[in-house]
Design a protein around this ligand. Sequence first.
Ligand code: FES
Length: 117
Amino acid sequence: MLVPIPDGQGRRRWSVRGAGRILAVFEHPESGRLIVTEARCPHAGAPIQDGWIQHDSVVCPWHRYRFDPADGQCRNSTRYRLPVYPTVVHEGRWYAEVPFNPLGDRGYPRGRHNPPE
Ligand code: FES
């Protein structure tokens, strides 16, 4: 399903709830395109939205594993892949194509960038 991605209001990373998930959103520092991933690191569950983009990788804040923003493959270990979701721009607004999670977004780590509930 299409999840609308609200403007980051000047932030380079933030999180969004949608499709029964918490999504991490990164603005690529050079191209300005948005990278949308699952918010839980596949290594040990860190809130990946507290990470950053460096040398065209998404970097996890806990153990600094790096993930390819194109396919989510971990550059440190072939055992891990971060789900990365395709994005589209329609009438000036960003959306991510995300499979619905019927289990809901409980169990996700709370990152610094999660909006207050
Ligand atoms: S929890 Fe992300 S690299 Fe370990």
